[in-house]
Design a protein around this ligand. Structure first.
Ligand SMILES: *[C@@H]1O[C@H](CO)[C@@H](O)[C@H](O)[C@H]1NC(C)=O
Ligand SMILES: *[C@@H]1O[C@H](CO)[C@@H](O)[C@H](O)[C@H]1NC(C)=O
Ligand SMILES: *[C@@H]1O[C@H](CO)[C@@H](O)[C@H](O)[C@H]1NC(C)=O
Length: 202
């Protein structure tokens, strides 16, 4: 009886240590499993960047008044290519803007569409400027380019897209596409048009 240890002298330290170690091991295992799962999904889907290009462009009905007001119609063939074998895309909203030297000449939209896997779709963009007031310097530069027969333009897209893999649909992502410089001719002739590829940013 004299040798009995007091009851208060129990030692919880080793079991607490074991518990911490167990939790650490479980957490680590979970992290590794989640990481491996993501890696396997990624390797299976192999997402590839979307590919955009401007395949043709022209300006018609160009009138730039002495008061620097512009009327014109623009014609662009925009090609959207989804190179993915497993991913299809919902384009829920697509805004288009045509710029000259950072000055907006025209805005428009593309109707929402669904793009299947490995699909290329070309869009005819039909845009126009009606009485667009241009800054003096911009108008002057444009007149100089006009006399050279072509004009350097930029087309930008801003889109809200979702990805679809199997039955799973992603949340919305914002996509920005910039096509520049587009050398646009002032005529119907599209021969000699230099196709350009666009920067795609998601
Ligand atoms: C542009 O077209 C509108 C009518 O559509 C016309 O009122 C305006 O004067 C035109 N502007 C120029 C610069 O031709
Ligand atoms: C791309 O998808 C569109 C819309 O689903 C379809 O009309 C078109 O034929 C497809 N193009 C190709 C090359 O598969
Ligand atoms: C483009 O729009 C103009 C008017 O804005 C129209 O006259 C013309 O027919 C349209 N062209 C196409 C191919 O839709």
């Amino acid at each position: 009886m004299a040798n009995a240890k007091p009851l208060t002298q129990n030692q919880p330290a080793p079991s607490r240590f074991n518990l911490v170690r167990l939790i650490a091991i479980v957490l680590l295992t979970l992290i590794v499993l989640v990481g491996l799962t993501i890696l396997i999904i990624w390797l299976t889907i192999k997402p590839k960047k979307l590919v955009y290009s401007i395949d043709d462009a022209a300006v018609h009905n160009y009138v730039l008044s002495n008061s620097n007001h512009l009327n014109a119609t623009y014609y662009f063939i925009l090609r959207a290519y989804n190179p993915n074998k497993k991913v299809s895309i919902y384009y829920d909203k697509v805004d288009v803007v045509v710029l000259y030297d950072d000055e907006t000449l025209s805005t428009g939209t593309i109707d929402p569409f669904y793009q299947p896997k490995r699909n290329a779709t070309s869009f005819k963009l039909n845009l126009s400027s009606r009485d667009v007031s241009l800054p003096q310097q911009i108008a002057r530069d444009m007149k100089v380019e006009r006399s050279s027969g072509q004009i350097e333009m930029t087309v930008k897209l801003k889109a809200r897209i979702r990805f679809k893999v199997g039955v799973w649909k992603s949340r919305h992502y914002g996509m920005r596409v910039t096509c520049a410089p587009i050398m646009v001719h002032y005529s119907y002739s599209s021969k000699g048009f230099q196709k350009i590829s666009c920067d795609v940013d998601i």
